[in-house]
Design a protein around this ligand. Structure first.
Ligand code: ZN
Length: 63
């Protein structure tokens, strides 16, 4: 059975984004069974925020 592109709604910004067959395949190889809840832009944003939190933690210690 071949995978097909899916249209999903981002839970953060509400935009409709495409979960492509290639990405589904990638998710599967990574062992993820759930579909992504966020578009790539919001995922990138959260990744940056997480790194920012680590930086803040580091800064608060040095203050
Ligand atoms: Zn989004």
């Amino acid at each position: 059975m071949s995978l097909q592109d899916k249209s999903l709604h981002c839970s953060d910004c509400g935009v409709t984004f495409t979960f492509t067959a290639g990405e589904q395949e990638f998710f599967r190889t990574k062992g993820f069974t759930e579909e992504p809840k966020r578009c790539s832009a919001c995922r990138a944003k959260r990744k940056t925020q997480r790194q920012g939190d680590g930086g803040r933690d580091f800064n608060s210690r040095s203050w």
